[in-house]
Design a protein around this ligand. Structure first.
Ligand SMILES: [Fe+2]
Ligand SMILES: [Fe+2]
Length: 367
């Protein structure tokens, strides 16, 4: 039960069972499911420390310009705004610092999680895929660390309590389905939605470029989760299906609470002399469920992207439909095609990287 596995490609063994990796027959038992994703790795290679791809020395007037648009900062449409006394731009930038810090911690979570998948997968193709993801998540950690250095003196905020707990649970879970549903489908889905919004709306060109480059990798990570769901969900026995559906609902709730819950931003509020409990109450008053629903209906809403991921993976049934129907039009989501909101952005980014990488190859050949 614990591994819930129907496709040999996702077969898992105990993390500490090193001997079974040395079984001589295992090397040739390699699935080809991930060959295309692995083969395309070099197409979207990029290096956050190489200015040919992205230049973290680019300046930005942090005193007078917000890195994200002011309407992305919920507090500015609530009573909290009245306490800022001309420090609105500074508050917007600290809110961006909070959000990007959570993304940085999320990237570390994805890096650790894909490392843990490497340790438990038996199929050599799945191991190769997961190790490739480890390498890509590592450059995302580098990229957001560079952004923190460039704009926030290299000082990220601590991880929000709910996000930290959720990632800890996913990382330690021995069950592969918990890792794939929690991280590959939900956290990666959330990342795709968040990066699509940043790419489209951020005011700082450096942040837009970071989001675009990260998306060229994330689109593949999200696909890996989708390949698992396609091979698994329809084969599940009833008790297994319920376990997967309940786990997805739990992760969704934690992510929603982390990103929408103002109480996670206490460090930001404290820096402006605002009582976090009072601010949380003011935000609750300004963002009623009706207002939140309005925001979530927008195609770029990160939670809409998340719910669509679960709908398209066939994970949501009538048992938990109400949790999601509160926020979005489920029928509309069901009828939409499979393309995700960030897919076009990722493809454009990959074309750009192919062009840069072609010039790089010429330079290497000259040497
Ligand atoms: Fe990532
Ligand atoms: Fe990822």
């Amino acid at each position: 039960m614990s591994h819930i596995n129907y496709d040999p490609a996702y077969k898992a063994h105990d993390r500490d069972d090193f001997d079974s990796l040395l079984r001589v027959d295992r090397y040739a038992e390699r699935s080809s499911d991930f060959d295309e994703i692995i083969a395309r790795t070099n197409e979207h290679f990029w290096d956050p420390l190489d200015a040919d791809y992205i230049d973290y020395q680019q300046a930005f007037d942090m005193k007078n310009e917000p890195v994200i648009p002011l309407d992305m900062v919920g507090e500015l449409s609530s009573e909290v705004a009245g306490k800022l006394k001309g420090r609105e731009i500074e508050f917007a930038n600290q809110s961006a610092r909070f959000m990007l810090s959570q993304i940085l911690h999320g990237e570390q979570g994805a890096l650790s999680l894909s490392t843990s998948l490497c340790q438990v997968f038996v199929d050599p193709g799945a191991v190769e895929y997961a190790s490739n993801q480890v390498r890509e998540e590592a450059r995302h950690v580098t990229a957001f660390t560079e952004y923190m250095k460039a704009r926030f003196d290299g000082q990220p905020y601590p991880v929000g309590q709910t996000l930290g707990q959720l990632m800890n649970e996913i990382y330690l879970a021995p069950e592969v389905y918990k890792k794939i549903v929690g991280m590959q489908l939900l956290v990666e889905g959330l990342a795709m939605g968040a990066f699509a919004s940043l790419y489209k709306f951020a005011e700082d060109p450096l942040l837009r470029r970071t989001a675009q480059l990260v998306m060229t990798d994330e689109a593949f990570h999200h696909k890996f989760g989708k390949i698992w769901a396609d091979a698994t969900i329809e084969n599940l026995a009833e008790d297994e299906r319920i376990a997967v559906e309940d786990w997805a609902e739990r992760c969704f709730g934690a992510l929603l609470y982390n990103l929408a819950g103002a109480n996670q931003k206490q460090h930001v509020y404290e820096g402006f002399g605002i009582d976090p409990e009072w601010a949380t109450a003011a935000m609750r008053e300004a963002f009623t469920d009706t207002k939140r629903r309005e925001v979530m209906q927008r195609p770029t809403s990160i939670f809409r992207v998340l719910i669509k991921t679960l709908v398209k993976a066939g994970i949501i049934t009538d048992r938990t439909r109400a949790t999601y129907a509160m926020w979005v039009d489920m029928k509309e989501l069901q009828s939409e095609g499979d393309r995700m909101v960030g897919d076009d952005i990722a493809e454009e980014g990959i074309q750009d990287l192919q062009a840069i990488n072609a010039t790089k190859k010429r330079i290497i050949k000259k040497i």
